[in-house]
Ligand binder design. Structure first.
Ligand SMILES: [Zn+2]
Length: 307
């Protein structure tokens, strides 16, 4: 049976569902059909395949899979894990952390970009393996706790995981001298979070941004969708908020495009940093992204208008 889309229903459903048991190699659950078979197969297959871990800069390391990120942020008082990937990526992330010489038991906090299976699907097992506190934004915290995708795409469920701290827009997460600021950038999911931190590397400070996803996935209506009546306005507000940022380095949830041809240089510690943003690219990207989204809004408005 399809789950209910309405956000209002989630709290009630969460109580019934509780914390589900972890299934090793979990691939289960129904998908909404909005994500095409090819993309679904890519996410569950090649995107989740092992990748070598490496230091990105300062105290940030890549510990994710081929095209689904997990970032380790180390501090003298324990570590923060950003995104855990697909449920079946647990061994990939665990091995990568240990290969770099860090201990799973030193992970104190788990945070995330947004509550979709490919970013929080591994939370439950990683939380059990580390004893870390999961921290998540607003409605995405509810989604993580229920194991249900409550975003417009309703892609996939995942093993439910306990959230120790529910964040609000602008909250910070601090550990061992590192502070990350959580910006609510809803749209892709209702609690999508863009994280911002300042990282020292070789005597220089970098404004590092972990994007939380912008627009809802293609498929569901963004105008005239009874389950998500405000999603267009919320998404446009996210574009406005993102314009206030000025990232030096972007660390995305699906890194293949951004990292392409640059991994060897990152491993070698080449500076200027291989991921250093070209001035103006961020603003231009947002402009193009918002223009695309406005075209989508117009198309959906045309579809849902009564003739
Ligand atoms: Zn997503």
């Amino acid at each position: 049976m399809r789950r209910l889309a309405s956000v209002v229903s989630v709290a009630a459903v969460a109580i019934v569902v509780g914390v589900s048991a972890q299934t090793p190699g979990y691939l289960g659950g129904e998908t909404s059909g909005f994500v095409g078979a090819e993309q679904d197969a890519a996410i569950k297959g090649p995107y989740s395949e092992p990748a070598e871990p490496f230091k990105i800069l300062g105290n940030i390391y890549y510990v994710g899979a081929q095209n689904i990120s997990s970032y380790l942020i180390t501090t003298p008082e324990g570590h923060i894990l950003f995104d855990t990937g697909m449920p079946q990526m647990h061994d990939v992330v665990r091995t990568n952390i240990e290969t770099l010489g860090f201990q799973l038991s030193d992970i104190e906090i788990i945070i995330s970009s947004h509550a979709h299976v490919d970013h929080v699907g591994g939370h439950a097992e990683m939380q059990r393996a580390t004893g870390a506190s999961i921290m998540a934004m607003g409605l995405d915290a509810q989604a993580i706790e229920s194991g249900m995708d409550i975003s417009p795409v309703q892609y996939h469920d995942w093993p439910a995981a306990p959230v120790a701290r529910v964040l609000e827009d602008g909250d910070t997460v601090s550990l061992g001298g590192t502070t990350l600021r959580a910006m609510l950038t809803a749209g892709h999911t209702p609690g999508a979070t863009t994280w911002v931190t300042n990282v020292e590397d070789g005597g220089r400070f970098y404004n590092v941004v972990f994007p939380g996803g912008r627009t809802p996935n293609g498929g569901p209506l963004v105008v005239g969708n009874p389950d998500f009546p405000d999603v267009a306005e919320i998404t446009l507000e996210t574009f406005s908020k993102l314009r206030l940022l000025n990232p030096d380095i972007l660390l995305p949830g699906h890194p293949q495009g951004a990292f392409e041809g640059k991994i060897d240089a990152m491993k070698a510690g080449v500076r200027p940093h291989p991921l250093l943003e070209t001035p103006g690219d961020w603003a231009r990207g947002l402009e193009a992204g918002e223009a695309n989204f406005r075209r989508r809004m117009e198309a959906d408005r045309a579809k849902t208008q009564t003739p």
